[in-house]
Design a protein around this ligand. Structure first.
Ligand code: FE2
Ligand code: FE2
Length: 290
């Protein structure tokens, strides 16, 4: 995978005048990405705490630099998505209790009871899910009609998920290369992630008054079925992860990430800037271990 993983801040203002239906014509997909946004900060904090625990045991300087860059990129994602919460608040959405419960039960409790190897396996699997969502959303231009600032936030996040998609998988291979641990992480993560996303989607749709509208479910059907084919594609990506020969770099989609970063960075745009929170500059980043 890419040798360069710079850390960037997302600078679009994300003012509260962003419309409630920032992705027109598909309230279900909008609700899916709203719950994704709600879960991102605590979920990514879980990745950060998990991989930070692995740092002392990583000896390869290239892998060490890749993990540090991963941590900084994920931290910036959490900051941007949390800024977007102001928009959700402005529209009167209630989601904070759910967010706190998810953080306490899905992430903090897991951290207490699961061994580090299983937590790394879970992070590796969710990073695969993030990376194939990024691939599909960017390749199919699914956010083309979204509000420009929200589209930029999501696409920048997706681009960086592609940039760092090998990192957690390579850490898992280093600390626990057996297939059983990969399978355990896959099982727990897919069940947890899709349950949370479904419940969250229903929560947002109910608050939109869109739960019982036929058009809502038609939109979801188009996304999962004949429109974006996400059900079939998701299953294909999920099961690909279980192949013994799987490696995230086998799906080379760096072109998608590069196009997004170029679109929102100078000279074409000014919503992405080098992070001031520290991190790995492009020129300093050694080859990652993919
Ligand atoms: Fe992320
Ligand atoms: Fe990530």
């Amino acid at each position: 995978m890419s040798a360069l993983m710079p850390t960037r801040s997302f600078r679009a203002p994300l003012q509260t005048d962003i419309p409630r239906h920032w992705l027109p014509a598909n309230p279900a997909l909008s609700a899916i990405l709203n719950i994704y946004t709600v879960i991102v900060p605590s979920n990514e904090a879980f990745y950060i705490r998990t991989l930070a625990r692995c740092l002392p045991s990583i000896e390869d300087p290239a892998q060490l630099a890749a993990v540090r860059a991963f941590i900084h990129q994920e931290a910036e994602h959490g900051v941007a998505h949390k800024r977007f919460w102001r928009v959700l608040d402005a529209h009167g959405y209630r989601y904070r209790t759910l967010e706190r419960v998810v953080d306490a039960l899905a992430f903090r409790l897991t951290e207490r009871i699961a061994p580090l190897s299983l937590r790394v396996s879970m992070v590796s699997c969710i990073e695969h899910i993030n990376a194939f969502m990024a691939h599909e959303f960017l390749r199919q231009g699914i956010l083309a009609d979204a509000h420009p600032e929200v589209r930029a936030m999501m696409e920048w996040h997706f681009a960086e998920e592609i940039e760092h998609k090998t990192v957690a998988f390579d850490v898992l291979r280093a600390i626990s290369p057996g297939h059983a641990m990969r399978l355990a992480g896959w099982l727990s993560t897919t069940c947890l992630f899709y349950t949370l996303m479904t419940l969250g989607m229903l929560l947002f749709l109910a608050q939109d008054g869109a739960l019982w509208r036929l058009s809502t479910w038609r939109g979801l059907w188009r996304h999962l079925g004949p429109g974006h084919n996400m059900a079939r594609r998701t299953l294909r990506h999920l099961f690909a992860y279980l192949r013994p020969s799987f490696h995230p770099s086998r799906l080379d989609d760096r072109d998608l990430a590069e196009a997004v970063i170029a679109r929102y960075s100078p000279p074409r745009g000014d919503w992405l800037a080098p992070s001031t929170r520290g991190g790995v500059r492009a020129a300093d980043a050694p080859a990652s271990t993919g």
